[in-house]
Design a protein around this ligand. Structure first.
Ligand code: CTP
Ligand code: CA
Length: 236
């Protein structure tokens, strides 16, 4: 649809959007992180707010300039988090008020079980150090498990698979495994997805049908995501 036709088609919708990458501490000054810039997730939050939605943006670590616009938007409330566990708590605190939850954050799959409460020194760690990594809670699985019938849960899948058919197969399996209403599939790689201004997304619904694709700015991708959300919500 044309940008102008979208108007305030999300007026009255309450959205929770997560964005950015979580960081899992190794010690007070070191962490395990990922390359998420938060740009796509913040664009999703801003697109919704511009179209009339009331948005809570749960922001993990993002590029520094990315959050400024969101913080300034009258219909976006920003909550900052650090770890996967903090993000999980923030989601739990805000999900009850949400009509739509979009999990665009890059959540760490593992946290460091043997993290140190003081800065590790080479004196104690020597030539080799073993980090004991344990799985984090799957926030999306929790959301889907507690979902109200009127709630729409959207997941993201960042995949490095370059073959389009294999990428779609993988995405459909992930959509089923996650049980989300909509999965936004994002091909990423060493030079794609993360820091770039452009993005390609495909949207897969509960019937594993591709209900849209978009290549464009992260804002255009965000608007296409909300179009797909309205499509799947309109069916119930
Ligand atoms: N996600 C989550 N909690 C986690 C890990 C991921 O809520 N602990 C969410 C992400 O925000 C995303 C979706 O689950 O919306 C898919 O994330 P992804 O990393 O693609 O899926 P995983 O199940 O972690 O599978 P894998 O990393 O092995 O591909
Ligand atoms: Ca993962």
């Amino acid at each position: 649809r044309a940008l102008l036709a979208r108007g305030t088609d999300l007026a009255g919708v309450r959205a929770v959007v997560t964005a950015g990458g979580t960081r899992e501490p190794i010690d007070p000054v070191r962490y395990i992180g990922n390359r998420s810039s938060g740009r796509q997730g913040v664009a999703v939050a801003l697109a919704a707010a511009d179209r009339g939605a009331q948005v809570t943006l749960l922001a993990a670590h993002t590029d520094t300039e990315v959050l400024t616009k969101a913080t300034a938007h009258p219909r976006v409330a920003v909550v900052r988090v650090n770890t996967a566990s903090e993000l999980s708590d923030a989601v739990a605190a805000h999900e009850a008020d949400a009509d739509v939850v979009v999990m665009a954050a890059a959540v760490a799959d593992y946290r460091v079980a043997n993290s140190s409460d003081h800065k590790l020194t080479k004196e104690e760690t020597g030539d080799r150090i073993t980090l004991d990594l344990v799985a984090t809670e799957d926030i999306l699985a929790g959301l889907v498990g507690r979902r109200r019938p009127d709630q729409t849960i959207v997941g993201f899948a960042a995949e490095t698979e370059t073959d389009p058919d294999l990428l779609l197969d993988r995405a459909r399996r992930k959509r089923q495994r996650k049980g989300v209403d909509l999965l936004a599939v994002n091909e990423v790689g060493w030079h794609k997805g993360f820091e770039s201004d452009d993005n390609t997304l495909a949207f897969i619904d509960r019937d594993d049908t591709m209900v849209g694709t978009v290549t464009g700015s992260k804002r255009e991708a965000a608007d296409a995501l909300w179009d797909a959300v309205l499509t799947v919500r309109g069916r119930d």
